[in-house]
Design a binder for this molecule. Sequence first.
Ligand SMILES: [Zn+2]
Length: 326
Amino acid sequence: MQRGTVAHAYLFTGIPGIGKMSVARSLAKALTCSSGSKADFCDACTSCLMINGETHPDLHIIEPDGDFIKISQVRTMQDRLLYTHFLDRYRLVLIDRAEAMNLQSANCLLKTLEEPPENTVIILLTSFPYRIPATIRSRCQRVVFHPLPSRMIEEMLQELRGPTASDVYRLSSRLAGGSLGRALRWQESGILQQRKRLLALVAGSAHSLLNAIFDFADELGEDREALRELLDLLRMWIRDVMIAKGGGATADLLNIDCADRAMHMARTLSWPRLFQQDLLVADAQSALQGPANPKLAMEQLLLMLSPTPGNRGAGPVLQSNAALTL
Ligand SMILES: [Zn+2]
């Protein structure tokens, strides 16, 4: 991007992990780099290094403090813009998860957007643009980040993480739904292996099923983040079984390592049962957003999903207490 053609404010939108923050940082470097390049950055000068380390005095990053971006955070940023301009180039404000601004913060930011200071670029990043007031959106130039094709994610994983059994990357790239960040995170977290265990529980193919369910809930019960991720993956699995049941080909499935099992489940489960399973997982997802005990929520869910002795796979939804006294 050539200097002199930048807008005062941008709204970067797209799913989490798609690269919005990386691009925002690159733009910050391009606008402050001291190497003299007009369109790029060197990634080696003091300025670039300070942007990388988030220590650049003309870079201000705001992210939610708890659930919200508070008005005090916006005011601190505005004070900095009023009084300081260190390196005589651009100043940048990055507002991550900008949808977390409450009404007061948004109104406060609006003043800056209405009278943008010289040589200042404000970038709002969000996966939920419709939650940002229209008055703010209309003052920003929108940049949409589309989900990446799974083929591209697979290639980027090879490049960033080095060669490995290529089917691991192929699987992650299909399940990641266009988010490179998510695929990268999975390489470290081992969540895809947990997914496989989870699928065995739901299919009822795990050894000593009831014990296996309680062990699983015990191990992961404290980790809300992992559970959220696993429930997302579980819904993708149910989607796969539905596709298989609808006559879809193996190539249409996301869980390519469990295609045979998906085909088998498709023959075993009725349509009502499949929709019921999806609903049960959706309910558990909402429960995890609230104060529910994650371990108990997971136990309950798995007892209702799996073909445990009291459940038989196709029966009506068990009441939660009934599920717990199995
Ligand atoms: Zn540089």
